[in-house]
Design a binder for this molecule. Structure first.
Ligand SMILES: [Fe+2]
Length: 337
């Protein structure tokens, strides 16, 4: 599946830029191949417009903010959050501004990020209960550019068979390649998947897992939110919860912005953000190294028999089935390269 060729994917929310990146002015972002500009209006609410001035096509992201409106850096034409042209500084005061609108997109602030939907949302932004639970703190972990497709990253998230190999340097054991099973329950917006996975617990992980034992267990209660978000809720026997949320935001057919937010039911003095970043950084770099080598055109229509499968691939196969169904429901079929 090539994300820019399947129009229905425009009808979902994706996390784009961290809100605080907009504090000093507008910023560009590419979502599903569409160049957009993000900025904060006078109330601090994010807005998303197509990144083009309707005068001479300059990128609005090269401009600046004036009273909550975005000003084109080329000739100073000014647009409000609805995309309406509100000022042409070359005109005399009494001359009306011509009627013109830059294309706008849905934009919402959630979990410290600007979420954008290019079309009409088919589903809400994923609801993360830890956001409202005072037992948890929310930490911003990663915001990285990956040369891999969103579906590859998503299915890897529910693939217990890769731990022994990809993560042999951290929590995986190459001598134990038989994966634990996931119990998968499909939901309206994706699926819920449970599993208990024994993992190595090197000294570097002791404050992450809350134990110095050489091995521990992860009780995983994970969600897939169609199409490209997931949570990985890991509970250790110590009672510590390490809840990772990812948005594999599709930039284009070949790349994603991988956003990782972490919820923990402990405090900074128990395990610092720096330690939590250092541990998960090693793990996601292990994933990145292998995922960036995969073909971004992950096949959704398995009847094409291009890729082979094994039983532990079931979560990824359900994703493919659900995405194929989504395409069909919206009058599309998978468009191969
Ligand atoms: Fe992994």
């Amino acid at each position: 599946m090539l994300t820019t060729r399947q129009k229905v994917l425009r009808n979902f929310w994706y996390a784009t830029l961290a809100l605080d990146k907009l504090a000093d002015g507008p910023k560009p972002f590419r979502l599903l191949g569409e160049d957009i500009v993000l900025f904060l209006d006078a109330d601090g609410r994010p807005a998303a417009l197509v990144d083009r001035c309707c005068h001479r096509t300059a990128k609005l992201s090269k401009g600046w903010i004036k009273g909550g409106n975005i000003v084109c850096g080329y000739h100073g034409w000014e647009y409000d959050r609805t995309g309406k042209l509100v000022n042409v500084p070359q005109f005399p005061f009494e001359q009306p501004v011509p009627v013109a609108n830059a294309k706008t997109f849905h934009a919402e602030a959630r979990y410290g990020y600007v979420w954008v939907c290019l079309g009409e949302p088919l589903l809400p932004i994923p609801e993360l209960p830890q956001e409202h639970d005072p037992a948890f703190r929310r930490l911003h972990q990663f915001d990285d550019y990956w040369r891999c497709s969103a579906l590859r990253m998503m299915e890897n998230s529910f693939d217990n068979a890769h731990f022994a190999f990809v993560h042999k340097g951290t929590f995986g054991d190459i001598n134990q390649p038989k994966p634990e099973r996931y119990e998968v329950v499909e939901t309206a917006d994706g699926f819920y998947a449970e599993s208990v996975v024994p993992v190595k617990n090197p000294p570097m992980a002791a404050r992450i897992t809350g134990t110095t034992e050489p091995w521990t267990k992860r009780k995983m209660k994970n969600h897939w939110f169609m199409p490209f978000c997931r949570t990985m809720d890991m509970e250790y026997p110590s009672g510590l919860r390490h809840v990772i949320f990812n948005s594999a935001t599709p930039i284009d057919d070949n790349s994603i912005q991988l956003i990782q937010i972490l919820f923990r039911n402990d405090r900074e003095e128990d395990c610092s953000l720096e330690e939590l970043r250092a541990w998960d950084r090693v793990i996601i770099e292990e994933d990145r190294e292998i995922l960036e080598s995969t073909d971004p055109d992950a096949i959704v229509d398995m009847s094409r028999k291009i890729e082979m499968h094994m039983p532990s691939d079931r979560p990824g196969m359900i994703m493919r089935d659900r995405l194929k169904k989504l395409l069909i429901e919206h009058g599309e079929s998978e468009i191969p390269r």
